[in-house]
Structure formats: structure tokens, C-alpha cells
Design a protein. Structure first.
Length: 255
């Protein structure tokens, strides 16, 4: 039984979920329904809640997501739409439920996906493996160990940031060298990617990681773009004396 009531946060604006939300559930592939009834056979109640996922009101979207999570197998057809909704950052306030307090529409959607168990997870795994950033993000939030191969694959794609988050969350410092290797290989200029590495470096900068960073800086023409600035910060955090000649050269060229 649903006990939570969701109201829009007065501090966050309501943004409508794209109309593609319903398009993703209107004709789901048979293998993605994981035992779900065809759309034409869904109960009116399930169809109504799926439609509400595209409401302009955050509270309505959150309530619909929560109700679908409570419906179990009969609502499996809503899984693709809930995956899309998982990135909805609009704020809501939950009253009366186990997670009472401020939350987001996306967090409610993720909670419902968890309730679907294995069928929901299998849809997430398939779509994440195909490159869906939304699905990868949900798997990161879930801390799903079985998604490690997906994170490792997507680390070398445009989804590298969210994949790196997944690897570091699931594997911890063990994954740091792989993440650093991708950083120096891709010359990723995203501040967030470099900052993600910064958070794990102070206690885990191994000689191998330090060598990766120093080699990446050696021979580079100093441009002091975002990537190079992040690279210098990471080298400084490691504190490897072997980096001294490289840093001196960069400082001289900057002058």
C-alpha cells in the first residue's frame, strides 16, 4: 500500500518530462518486457499512471512513479519510462513514507525500479550496455556489481564520466588506475572527470598511477587548457619527485 504523498518543492521549478517518455513504453520490445503484459493488455490503472509520468507537475510524476513501483509485475511495461525519469532532478517532499522528507522525482523513480527486482535490472543492463546514459546512471546509483563489465566498456565512450563513477563506487581504489588511464588517453577536458579522480588520489596514488600522469605531461606543449590544468593538479596531489623536471619545464614555458 502506498503511504507517501508527494508535493512539489516550492524551491524548484516544475519541468515537464519529454513526450518521448510515453513513446518508449508504447511499443516495448518483447524481450524488454521481462514478463510484462503487452501494452494493450495493461489495466487502466497502470496505463493512467504511465501517462502521469509526463505530467508538468513534479508531485504528480513522483506519485505515479511510486505507485508503479508498488504494482509489481503488472507494471513492468513502465520500466523504460522510469529509467528516463530517473534523471529528473525536480524536488518533491514525501510525507508519510519510509523516505519522508525532501527528495527528487528521479530518486522516487529509482526506488521503484529497485522494487521491480531482476526484471527491472535486466532492462537496465541491456539498455546500459547499448550506451544509455540514463540506464548507466541508475546502475551506478544501485551500485550493481554485475554492471562492472558495462562500466568498463562505457569508460571508453562518451559516457566515460558516469562509467568512471560506477567503477569507483563498485570497485573502489582498485578501479582508479583504469580511470586515470582513460583520462590521460582521452584528454578529457571535463572538470568533473578530473575532480572525480582528485577525490580518490590522496590515499591511492600508486607509482603506476603517478607514472601515467607524468608520462602524459612529458612532451606536452603547455596550453593550460582544462585537461592540462587538471593533469597538473593530479601530479601535484601525487607528490612524486619524478615529476619535478616536468613541472619546472612547464613553469619556465609559462613565463
Amino acid at each position: 500500500m502506498l503511504t507517501a504523498v508527494f508535493l512539489p518543492s516550492v524551491f524548484l521549478a516544475a519541468i515537464a518530462v519529454t513526450g518521448a517518455l510515453l513513446a518508449q513504453v508504447s511499443e516495448p520490445k518483447k524481450e524488454e518486457r521481462s514478463g510484462a503484459a503487452p501494452i494493450a493488455q495493461l489495466s487502466r490503472e497502470v496505463r493512467d499512471e504511465i501517462e502521469k509520468l509526463s505530467s508538468k507537475e513534479p508531485g504528480t510524476r513522483a506519485m505515479a512513479a511510486a505507485r508503479l513501483g508498488e504494482m509489481g509485475a503488472q507494471a513492468y511495461a513502465s520500466i523504460p519510462a522510469l529509467v528516463v525519469l530517473s534523471t529528473d532532478s525536480d524536488g518533491v517532499i514525501a510525507f508519510g513514507g519510509p523516505n519522508a522528507g525532501r527528495t527528487t522525482v528521479g530518486a522516487v523513480a529509482i526506488a521503484s525500479l529497485k522494487k521491480f527486482g531482476e526484471p527491472g535490472l535486466q532492462v537496465l543492463m541491456r539498455t546500459a550496455n547499448s550506451g544509455s546514459m540514463d540506464s548507466i546512471g541508475v546502475l551506478v546509483e544501485l551500485g550493481e556489481v554485475r554492471a562492472i563489465p558495462i562500466f568498463e566498456k562505457q569508460l571508453h565512450s562518451k559516457n566515460r564520466l558516469v562509467a568512471a563513477k560506477g567503477l569507483l563506487k563498485v570497485k573502489g581504489s582498485e578501479a582508479l588506475e583504469s580511470v586515470v588511464r582513460e583520462f590521460v588517453k582521452s584528454h578529457d577536458e571535463s572538470f568533473n572527470f578530473g575532480y572525480l579522480i582528485q577525490q580518490g588520489l590522496p590515499k591511492n596514488c600508486t607509482p603506476a598511477i603517478s607514472t601515467l600522469l607524468i608520462d602524459a605531461a612529458t612532451g606536452l606543449e603547455p596550453k593550460y587548457d582544462s585537461f592540462q590544468n587538471q593533469l597538473l593538479i593530479l601530479i601535484a596531489i601525487c607528490g612524486d619527485r619524478r615529476a619535478t623536471p616536468v613541472l619546472v619545464t612547464w613553469l619556465k614555458q609559462k613565463r
